[in-house]
Ligand binder design. Structure first.
Ligand code: LLP
Length: 422
């Protein structure tokens, strides 16, 4: 995002022009910024460990145009469900370019996952015997919960440690790989995902060390090689102005060093190092463009916009901070204001008290920053307020990559029994 005088520009286009052309609310993604984020991260890790690969966790922002950008940059896909596998396949990713990291899978999930031929990453030892009923994959990976997790977003997205629902307890990891080896599986990988949005660079080598101590012993004991070790996502971004960014170089250098040391300590044939970040690629490349529709002076002054918690749920769900800019008024005198969406829920009053331009008025365009990750993908249709449009901008050009929902979308797939329609 840049400023042309007081005008907010996204990827070379005025936010007001986007609002005019596509309506509001609209998610806007800056293609060049996604590519730059990817390249910066890839170079940081590959410099210290050349046999390195990223898988993009498509849950973060699943628009096929965005997944294609990351595919073009060289990423595979990390998928949480069979439908995400289908999405990855629809953009040309298949086989070992796709990792299936679902949890609490149904038999149908297992069967379809197996048939899809992607890398199966099992979240629990109990899934393996169920999977073996349907077939024996050539390769298997297990998701390990190394007993420790972390996240700037808080407990909500701390995806490992004793309080998390994910991964295999360290005590069961050896048993899991032994069961897989005994079943005739020949190729192995290992995985963990310990948290999301972590800006503490030293955490990445620390958690890598924990995983490698578990996996190293398994490799030694069972005499198996690991073709890859996947450290999960978690590379964080700052959300608040002035918040310290992740020192990517330090995280990458420390992680690679720890990884190599542990491989040597346990005599592991060096596996490919994988990571599957998502927020780091798309988070700060996505913006939400909305409009002020009404202003109320009640117990306090509240600015009503079309950016409700159904459009961007992170503030209501996690108490997350998202910075807000007001087009044309950023340099105007500020005062403490509230800001909300149009839903019949008080959690939709997602900014209670923030210094915003005092003269905010009806028709103003607001831009919410860092909305690219877990924004559209977590949106829903509550109150008949439908999902936003998505637009991609690239060096001054814009293109619609998802239509705004309509009433027909809202009622699609519903059925009214005949006797009720009388
Ligand atoms: N791999 C797996 C298996 C995951 O579950 C996730 C995210 C990722 C990779 C990507 O993680 P990242 O690099 O983006 O941290 N909705 C929350 C975040 C939930 C993360 C879920 N898993 C939020 O809005 O902060």
């Amino acid at each position: 995002m840049q400023f042309d005088g007081e005008k907010i520009m996204i990827g070379g286009i005025a936010a007001a022009e986007i609002a005019e052309r596509y309506g509001t609310p609209t998610y806007v993604y800056d293609e060049q910024k996604i590519r730059a984020n990817y390249r910066r991260a890839y170079q940081a890790f590959a410099k210290h460990y050349p046999d390195f690969q990223f898988f993009y966790a498509v849950k973060c922002c699943n628009n096929p145009a965005i997944v294609n950008i990351l595919r073009q940059e060289g990423a595979g896909a990390d998928c949480a469900s069979v439908n995400e596998i289908l999405l990855a396949k629809s953009v040309g990713l298949s086989g070992e370019q796709v990792m299936f990291s679902g949890n609490f899978l149904s038999d149908a999930d297992i069967q379809q996952g197996l048939e899809s031929g992607v890398i199966f990453n099992l979240d629990d030892i109990s899934i393996l015997p169920r999977l073996l009923k349907f077939g024996t994959p050539e390769m298997i990976s297990f998701r390990v919960n190394p007993g420790y997790g972390k996240s700037n977003v808080g407990e909500y997205v701390t995806n490992a440690g004793p309080g998390a629902k994910f991964g295999i307890h360290p005590d069961d990891v050896l048993k899991a790989y032994k069961m897989a080896k005994d079943a005739g599986i020949k190729r192995f990988g290992a995985h963990m995902m310990t948290g999301s949005c972590i800006t503490d660079a030293d955490y990445f080598p620390f958690i890598t060390g924990l995983l490698m101590d578990i996996i190293g012993k398994v490799g030694r004991e069972l005499q198996i090689d690991f073709e890859f070790i996947d450290l999960g996502g978690g590379l964080g971004i700052p959300y608040k102005p002035g918040e310290e960014a992740l020192d990517l170089e330090r995280a990458a250098e420390g992680t690679a060093k720890m990884f190599k040391e542990k491989c040597a300590e346990y005599g592991l044939k060096p596996p490919q190092l994988k990571m599957e970040p998502a927020r780091y690629f798309v988070g700060n490349a996505g913006y939400l463009v909305g409009k002020v529709h009404a202003i109320k002076e009640s117990y306090k002054k509240i600015i009503g916009t079309d950016i409700g918690m159904n459009v961007l749920c992170r503030p209501a769900m996690y108490g997350s901070y998202h910075h807000i800019y007001v087009d044309g008024k950023e340099n105007h005198p500020r005062t403490a204001l509230g800001l909300c969406g149009q839903l019949c829920e008080n959690t939709d009053f997602w900014v209670k008290d923030r210094e915003l331009p005092a003269d905010m008025g009806e028709g103003d365009i607001v831009v919410v920053e860092n909305a690219g990750a877990y924004g559209f993908g977590m949106s829903y249709q509550y109150n008949g307020r439908l999902r936003a449009a998505e637009v991609l901008v690239n060096n001054g050009e814009s293109v619609l990559i998802r239509d705004r929902e309509t009433f027909e979308d809202m009622v699609r797939h519903t059925h009214v029994p005949e006797y009720l329609a009388k």
